[in-house]
Design a protein around this ligand. Structure first.
Ligand SMILES: Cc1cc2nc3c(=O)[nH]c(=O)nc-3n(C[C@H](O)[C@H](O)[C@H](O)COP(=O)(O)OP(=O)(O)OC[C@H]3O[C@@H](n4cnc5c(N)ncnc54)[C@H](O)[C@@H]3O)c2cc1C
Length: 506
């Protein structure tokens, strides 16, 4: 167990407040004192509105019910991400990558078996939407909330207003005893051994600590600034480095999925909240100007975006060479950023804090623990990167140099090359991924969704499909749509009034 610690967190974005809540919750009884310092005049990034199921676990750990936090954050349920237009030449216009539920254990084998047969050249159904419950719920506009009599555990994520989530967590953290100091940090003090000893604010206050957490966003002022930790760029693998963001009004029948649509030099997200849609276009500045990106996003969104205000931001894909250095941990954008395609950033925040607190409880501040921790987190970020890189490498678009350059990209990691090679030589993908146990957030089923969703298969053979044992997707579709009848509509689950009759909408 840890000694009573003074922990100082620099930064009050989602990463800072999540870290504060988790540490205060976990270590309050050990006498840990948590202080969070945030500059009132440096805005949080204000985007990042989609989560994975790890946000569900985060609130469960804190003991906060959905009915308490979701309305406060204009949050909606997320069963899946829908990918549109990423692989038009393969004949697949769109596909769904759902969060896996316990029920999928009953249909997963059929999907994987069909994919195997399709890899062997048989023309059998392989669109993930037809085999997994999350995609079926999303298509039917149903919330992934199982009634008490439904005997399978559901997994799902959320969409939320990130500014409201930050405010909600701040209030909760303060209730847990976290001290909130709205001050700008102007410098850090260090001991002779390099350890940080205090943060100094613009009011010349000295905030001393035993342990520091850098949640200062892209500036990484403690890790890169004070401690000089190098940054490893992913620009060779991931070309996108900018986004333009604009909200549009919400309409009734709130979707249960994020939609990611490929555009000329990147992709656009559409994230439904109860009060608005969050939209953004993530693109590469080497291939498109900010003005060009804004015009393309407006055209993509159509009339609802006519008066929408646009906000532009830039980022550098990559990660710190060390996420834990001396007595400082980096969390959130300060530790790095891959890109938002699979909405994994907050997942990595929670992963980092969980693993770090585990390590500290087990072994304290030893160099061996630090090295183990850094190897695991670095590997996890790299495996998320690989999964995202595969979306670009496998694209079959031909409408710009951007997509052709992505397809031609040879800067692939060894693990990614092995995964793709295993798939195309018809090998055992699950076994290949099992070798990366613990490092890969994306398991075999997710890779099957991506590869089958892209129609990334060897050419069809001449043998008829009736020669193999395959699963007819319509049998499974009937089973899943029967299951889906147990679930409430999304609007109903969110407590929104029912849709007006058709003539009222005209
Ligand atoms: C285009 C884009 C889309 C994204 N989409 C998603 C998504 O769908 N899902 C997801 O999980 N994530 C997403 N992310 C990532 C997500 O936005 C971040 O991981 C999350 O918001 C956490 O940010 P943060 O708290 O690390 O940094 P920030 O929000 O930037 O907060 C930094 C904090 O540090 C403080 N600070 C900075 N300097 C000082 C100083 N000198 N003194 C005191 N305080 C200081 C600031 O005041 C602020 O409080 C996206 C990111 C981008 C760029």
């Amino acid at each position: 167990m840890t000694p009573a610690l003074r922990i100082v967190i620099a930064g009050g974005g989602s990463a800072g407040w999540m870290t504060a809540c988790l540490i205060a919750h976990r270590w309050a009884h050990l006498g840990a004192q948590v202080t969070l310092v945030e500059a009132p005049d440096i805005a949080t990034i204000g985007v990042g509105e989609g989560s994975t199921p790890s946000l569900k676990r985060f609130f469960e750990v804190l003991g906060i019910a959905e009915r308490d936090w979701m309305p406060a954050c204009n949050a909606t349920y997320k069963a899946s991400i829908r990918f549109r237009g990423w692989s038009p030449a393969s004949g697949v216009a769109e596909y769904s990558h759902p969060f896996t539920t316990q029920l999928d254990l009953h249909t997963e084998d059929a999907f994987v078996n069909n994919c195997r047969n399709r890899r062997l050249g048989f023309d059998v159904p392989t669109l993930p939407d037809a085999f997994l419950l999350g995609g079926v719920l999303a298509a039917a506009g149903k919330a992934p909330l199982a009634p008490a009599h439904f005997p399978f555990r559901m997994e799902y994520g959320y969409h939320f207003d990130s500014a409201r989530l930050g405010a909600f967590l701040r209030e909760h953290a303060v209730r847990l005893g976290v001290t909130h100091l709205p001050r700008r940090i102007v410098r850090c003090e260090q001991a002779a051994d390099g350890n940080l000893t205090a943060l100094v604010t613009d009011r010349d206050e000295r905030i001393a600590g035993d342990w520091f957490v850098d949640c200062s966003g892209f500036s990484a002022m403690l890790m890169r600034g004070a401690l000089g930790v190098p940054f490893t760029s992913f620009k060779d693998n991931l070309f996108n480095d900018a986004a333009v963001v604009m909200p549009t009004p919400q309409h009734r029948g709130v979707p249960v999925e994020t939609v990611s649509t490929a555009l000329s030099c990147g992709w656009a997200w559409s994230i439904p909240l109860t009060t608005r849609f969050g939209n953004g276009y993530v693109y590469s500045r080497d291939h498109l100007s900010p003005e060009g990106a804004e015009a393309e996003l407006r055209a993509h969104l159509g009339a609802p975006a006519e008066n929408a205000e646009a906000r532009h931001l830039t980022f550098s894909p990559g990660q710190l060479a060390r996420h834990w250095d001396h007595n400082c941990l980096a969390v959130g954008l300060a530790q790095g950023f891959v890109e938002p395609l699979e909405a994994t950033a907050l997942h990595l925040v929670l992963n980092t804090v969980d693993l770090f607190t585990d390590h500290l409880e087990r072994g304290g501040f030893t160099a061996r623990h630090r090295e183990d921790f850094n190897a695991v987190i670095t590997g996890r970020v790299e495996r998320v990167r690989d999964y995202i890189v595969a979306h670009y490498k496998l694209n079959t678009r031909d409408d710009s140099d951007y997509w052709r350059a992505n397809r031609a990209n040879e800067a692939l990691s060894d693990p990614l090359l092995h995964i793709l090679e295993t798939w195309f030589r018809r090998g055992d993908l699950a076994a290949e991924l099992a070798g990366m146990e613990g490092l890969s957030h994306f398991q075999s089923l997710s890779w099957h969704c991506l590869l089958a969703g892209y129609g990334a298969f060897p050419p069809l053979g001449r043998t008829q499909r009736d020669d193999v044992d395959f699963h007819r997707s319509r049998d499974i579709a009937a089973f899943l749509s029967g299951c889906a009848m147990n679930f409430p509509s999304h609007d109903e689950a969110l407590g929104l009034p029912p849709l007006p009759a058709a003539q009222d909408q005209a």
